[in-house]
Ligand binder design. Structure first.
Ligand SMILES: Cc1cc2nc3c(=O)[nH]c(=O)nc-3n(C[C@H](O)[C@H](O)[C@H](O)COP(=O)(O)OP(=O)(O)OC[C@H]3O[C@@H](n4cnc5c(N)ncnc54)[C@H](O)[C@@H]3O)c2cc1C
Length: 445
């Protein structure tokens, strides 16, 4: 039996493994193996909600092993660190336990067909001090680190208020600005904009979690963008509306501001001015891990993405596919496919069909990205979007408010449907609605 190995169980890879498991794996036509460095999957666009406590990962995260068992594929944990194309195997790093003990040794997983779907991470463009002083939102561990730091700041604020009340000024803890929490977010793409709004939503709920008389008026978020407007991928009208909406919440939007250095307590702009902050997040641009440089001569671009042909096969090796954020796919109009969950979702469905075609000795098809537009959610407050592609008959259309919020959520529902099927996804939606009454609004621990 042939081995199909999929590396990376994210928005695209897990959908692909589920589809191939349910088809080739179930009929024992192929041995489908999913590999991820983590044990559980959380859909990446939810990370900013995890960071602010709006999402409970205990409810949303999915165990790869349990999912593999139910969908006729195997799961191997460990980070892919190397590739041997001649002998056709991928090399996985060992897995270490909580105490640092090696639990699983490094392994070689043989493949007949390999799909690489390892996603992307934040690109700090080697900006001085960013890696040491800013938080990235690339994975659940980093999102939880943000949450922990945010809660510590609110606790500091509460303690300072209490010390104020008894006149013990000198024992107060230092914050960038007395009486406020300052959070600076670099990069006003969807992640930065969504996180800004989500923070105001979280701050509104904090007083009911024992954080004293704290509300969103104590929070100051500065959203910094090097370009002339926020949400550059969306039409100008939407970026103006979103700026207005964020300003109403209290977000200070700074456009045309290039950050050249991050210090412990502030960001430094190209002009030399300082933006003080208690917590700094970097969400300006993406790149793929430099590990792809060890992938045995596969062609990569300047941000380490694997260059693919129209069939999603890598340019150097027809038995190796790449998809999602980690692939560089140049479209006929001369633009690359953007790193988005909807692209990863479409590529997963397409890649599955091409792999099945390979099995059946049929010719492979060429992938065409159907850009259905972009949506951005400002937490519970509102959402904005620009729709396009087949959805609107080719013309572009902007939406906002409830309908945009509903469409934003439907992107996640599509991912869940690809993993669990429509019936189970329907049940998950019902349980989610019940949980809104049963569970607290935030999960903060
Ligand atoms: C905060 C945030 C909000 C976003 N919001 C949106 C949105 O609203 N709409 C939208 O379309 N897109 C959004 N995106 C982008 C979207 O999340 C990505 O485009 C999408 O997840 C890409 O899917 P993928 O399968 O290529 O990679 P990922 O979903 O990132 O999955 C990659 C997987 O590979 C694993 N992995 C990485 N390296 C290795 C290795 N060496 N070995 C083994 N496993 C490895 C990772 O653990 C992960 O499970 C957002 C991103 C972020 C960070």
């Amino acid at each position: 039996m042939k081995n199909i190995v999929i590396v990376g169980g994210g928005a695209g890879g897990l959908e692909l493994a589920t589809y191939l498991g349910n088809t080739l794996g179930r009929k024992k036509r192929a041995n489908v193996i999913l590999n991820d460095r983590n044990q559980t999957h959380l859909w990446k666009p939810l990370l900013h909600e995890l960071a602010t406590g709006a999402l409970d990962d205990g409810v949303e995260a999915l165990s790869y092993r349990a999912h593999a068992h139910n969908h006729h594929f195997h799961f191997e944990q460990g980070a892919m660190v190397g590739l041997n194309r001649q002998h056709k195997y991928v090399e996985l790093s060992p897995v270490y336990g909580e105490d640092g003990d090696m639990i699983v040794v490094s392994r070689r997983i043989p493949y007949d067909y390999l799909v690489i779907a390892i996603g992307s991470k934040s690109n700090d463009f080697n900006t001085k001090g960013v890696a040491e002083n800013c938080i990235f939102l690339d994975n659940p561990a980093q999102a939880m680190r943000f949450q922990q730091k945010m809660l510590e700041l609110f606790l500091k604020l509460r303690e300072n208020q209490a010390l104020d009340d008894i006149g013990e000024e000198e024992s107060k803890q230092q914050l960038a600005e007395d009486g406020h929490i300052n959070i600076a977010i670099v990069g006003a793409g969807a992640t930065g904009v969504e996180l800004s709004a989500e923070l105001y939503n979280a701050a509104e709920h904090l007083s009911s979690y024992g954080y004293g008389e704290i509300d969103s008026s104590r929070l100051k978020v500065t959203l910094i963008e090097a370009g002339p407007r926020i949400l550059p991928a969306l039409p100008e009208r939407i970026s103006n509306d979103a700026t207005e909406e964020l300003s109403k919440l209290g977000v200070k939007v700074k456009t045309n501001t290039m950050i050249v250095e991050a210090d412990k307590k502030c960001l430094i702009t190209k002009e030399g001015s300082q933006i003080p902050a208690d917590l700094m997040v970097w969400s300006a641009g993406i790149r793929t891990s430099s590990i792809t440089q060890n992938f045995d001569g596969l062609e990569i671009n300047r941000i380490n993405q694997l260059v693919v042909k129209k069939t999603l096969q890598t340019t150097e090796d027809d038995t190796i596919f790449a998809m999602g954020d980690c692939c560089f796919f140049m479209q006929d109009d001369g633009t690359p496919i953007p790193p988005k969950a909807q692209a990863a979702h479409q590529m997963a469905g397409f890649c599955a069909k091409n792999i099945i075609a390979l099995f059946e000795g049929k010719p492979l098809k060429e992938f065409k990205y159907n850009d259905k537009g972009s949506l951005v959610s400002l937490s519970e407050f509102t959402a904005f979007g620009a729709l396009g592609g087949k959805l609107t008959g080719g013309s572009s259309m902007t939406i906002e408010g409830k309908i945009a919020q509903w469409m934003y959520i439907s992107l996640y529902r599509m991912h869940q449907a690809a993993l669990h099927g429509c019936f189970k996804t329907g049940l998950i939606i019902v349980v989610g609605r019940l949980n809104r009454f049963l569970r607290p609004a935030l999960k903060l621990h």
